[in-house]
Design a protein around this ligand. Sequence first.
Ligand code: KIV
Ligand code: ZN
Length: 386
Amino acid sequence: MTKDKVLIFDTTLRDGEQSPGATMTHDEKLEIAELLDEMGVDIIEAGFPIASEGDFRAVSEIAERAKAATICGLARANYKDIDRCWEAVKHAKSPRIHTFIGTSPLHRAIPNLTMDEMAERIHDTVTHARNLCDNVQWSPMDATRTEEDYLCRTVEIAIKAGATTINIPDTVGYTAPVESADLIRMLINKVPGADEVIFATHCHNDLGMATANSLAAVEGGARQIECTINGLGERAGNTALEEVVMALKVRGDIMPYETRIDTRKIMNISRRVATVSGFAVQFNKAIVGKNAFAHESGIHQDGMLKNSETFEIMRPEDVGLSGTSLPLGKHSGRAALRAKLAELGFDLADNQLNDVFVRFKDLADRKKEVFDDDLMALVYQNDSGA
Ligand code: KIV
Ligand code: ZN
């Protein structure tokens, strides 16, 4: 089966950094950009150059250093933002300008533009961006709450003015998966010129549906997913890169799309982003959480020791882990205890194991997790007959 390509657009350094408190230093941004480039991200949104002198410098330096990725900067719908953005990205081997404006009724009210005035602004600013750069992305912010006719009209204007990618943001995470697919399908079917551009999906996670919405948009015809490492981003965050990429890899049987991501690099970059942003990853987070490949209960541990497919749908090595973890706690059974003790170099006779097991259960009832040192103490306690 030939698979369609889906481009991965990472916005950890722009939308991700917009999470209150997630600011990164210049060097940290360069480091994350290098890791994103190495892992095969197609487009890195490196920042919002007009936002600050620091952001401008970071985007410029990332653009100069990038080896394979396209480097993109964000700009509002005005010439000053777009010029500043171009100044920052222009040194990249492959630069992109991303310009946007809020098209929904709520967002149109902010600059107080009529529909016609906004349409003209879109035409002028996309034309200006395209005169500077061959690669222009345009986004109607809050697209999923924009009237269908107006959305079609503005998308058509942006395409005619030279946009090469049309991004459809679910800015406030309001959409449901079925709507997400239908919206992209509708735009591709209705808007003249739609077949000449790439449609992108940009989802926020306010209702916990960002990953599902992004994958549904791909089903509807989107060929670029916008996402961040660990789902970092405004409010409840953006679509998590690791989730969409692994979903496409694991469920290629029903979603025949491929990305360029080297998934074995996921864990390392997830940890670096957690460290530099100061946003710890929740333990039960899909793919990169501490417990994503950990099994504590006796039944699960016994199953995993016999055949890892019993309770894992992907291999931990595929996301850059050395293996499954079988932490010992009060739900664990003899098989896992024996395996752990063997790993620590203890080969106990059955009666010794039984004694250790009794004391292990007693300790596990009082402690969340029983660590290697605890186990060793239990074994030595046994040896000394204490
Ligand atoms: O969520 C959003 O609408 C955005 C735009 C700037 C693309 O981040
Ligand atoms: Zn966003």
